[in-house]
Design a protein around this ligand. Structure first.
Ligand SMILES: [Fe+2]
Length: 368
């Protein structure tokens, strides 16, 4: 299977992985042959990438970091709980986080189990879910990225649980921010920007009143927008004053924000998001955290079409966990652009060949 951007899909392309609607039900199943009206519908629903099956790449298999079932069940819980909290806040009632926290903890445990048994670099480019609200998906994605990063960073089981809970709830304060401000496509006024920034303090206030949620978890909500040089918010604290968990979540948060498709801009690919993180090393993020993250995620996800430095075209076939920037690829075109009998090439063994760009249509899609 291979990844295609929504704009390069063609009629009769065959879906390789199920696509779900916003209620977690299968919209298009594996094996479905696309029609032009369905491609149009997927575009309208905000789907960015789709996995398709073709003859050339039939031996390429994508191993997801969390199963579709875990993703769907976790999203349901996050959505239900967030909406309950939002309702209680609107009614001016006190929020009973103690009642909700066990279900959040269960999600963290499930994700941690799946991450532990998943040996490959983490990729969630396969966001083949239509969704109605960004914050639920973002909370789940940031939890997966934070836990994978925390594990690579050497945190113990108890720390990972605390970190996971902090990650799942880091943006809980956003439920108090009007959607028209969160999803605004034009640039924000100073007042709207200030309003959005309040989500970290609002989140902290919700979480710290709970007896079952560790205070450290509440601090993840409070501090995840603080930056190493003090340029973050809400307090502008810096360096060692920012808690380890909040720093890890900050890295995962930025990566997911950049790679997600938003109403006001298109998603970028993992290697581009990573460049943004590396550009912020020491000023915004801790160097060893960004380096650990680069070793955790799939920089070039399996199924992605890439251009090699010698002019050949290939599709990423396998991750090399020891060096995610140099996967094994399946060469499909020679340097003249002519189709060849596909053959594998390990970029780990051929160090003189590098990936110089990704599928043109995909790059255009993500860069526009
Ligand atoms: Fe946030």
């Amino acid at each position: 299977m291979r990844i295609r951007s929504i704009s390069s899909l063609r009629e009769n392309d065959c879906i390789a992985k199920p696509i779900y609607n916003e209620h977690g039900q299968i919209l298009l199943n594996k094996g479905y042959t696309l029609t032009s009206s369905m491609i149009h519908r997927l575009k309208e629903k905000g789907v960015t990438y789709v996995y398709i099956e073709d003859n050339t790449t039939k031996d390429i298999y994508v191993d997801d970091v969390i199963t579709d079932r875990t993703r769907i069940e976790s999203l349901e819980v996050i959505k239900d709980n967030f909406l309950t909290i939002s309702k209680e806040m609107t009614l001016g009632k006190s929020i009973d986080m103690d009642k909700l926290s066990p279900s959040f903890s269960r999600i963290v445990t499930n994700i941690l189990t799946e991450i532990t048994s998943h040996k490959e670099a983490v990729s969630m480019l396969s966001n083949v879910f239509c969704y109605d609200s960004y914050v639920f998906h973002h909370s789940l994605n940031v939890t997966v990225y934070s836990l994978a990063l925390g594990k690579k960073y050497g945190l113990n089981a108890k720390q990972l649980e605390e970190l996971g809970l902090g990650a799942i709830l880091h943006d809980i304060g956003k439920i108090a921010i009007p959607l028209e401000v969160l999803n605004k496509t034009d640039s924000l006024s100073d007042e709207e920007f200030r309003l959005i920034q309040e989500h970290s303090t609002i989140g902290f206030d919700i979480l710290r009143k709970s007896h079952t949620i560790p205070l450290l978890t509440a601090h993840c909500a409070y501090q995840h927008h603080e930056r190493m040089d003090g340029s973050g918010y809400p307090r502008g604290i810096s360096g060692k004053d920012i808690h380890l968990y909040a720093k890890l979540i900050g890295v995962a948060d930025v990566f997911d924000a950049v790679t997600a498709n938003r109403v006001y801009r298109k998603a970028r690919l993992p290697h581009e998001a990573l460049e943004i993180l590396f550009a912020g090393v020491n000023t915004l993020f801790e160097k060893d955290m960004v380096e650990a993250f680069a070793k955790t995620i799939a920089i070039y996800p399996v199924g992605l079409e890439v251009k090699l430095s010698d002019g050949r075209t290939a599709v990423v076939a396998k991750q090399n966990p020891e060096l995610p920037s140099r996967p094994t690829v399946l060469v499909i075109n020679n340097d003249e652009g002519e189709a060849v009998e596909p053959y594998e090439l390990s970029l780990l063994e051929h160090l003189n060949v590098t990936i110089v760009s990704c599928e043109t249509t995909l790059s255009q899609e993500v860069a526009s």
